[in-house]
Design a protein around this ligand. Sequence first.
Ligand SMILES: [Zn+2]
Length: 78
Amino acid sequence: MANEDPALIERAKRARRIVRNPGQYKVCLGCDSIVASKVSICPNCHSYRFEFDESFVVRQAQILSRRQQHSVVAEDLL
Ligand SMILES: [Zn+2]
């Protein structure tokens, strides 16, 4: 427990916040990232197409939190 990566904890916390309030977020259809529902253009890829469905947002938050953990491992190997 003492050697848990604080970045991973922060990511898990963010994912949990999204899962608890999916109505405040949407998923970018250009890059699959989760953005606040109030933004009109994706800050990552400048797409303006989004999926607002709450169950879709929740599923994406769970996928991203898992995928980001894997990418940290991949970066460590480089
Ligand atoms: Zn995007």
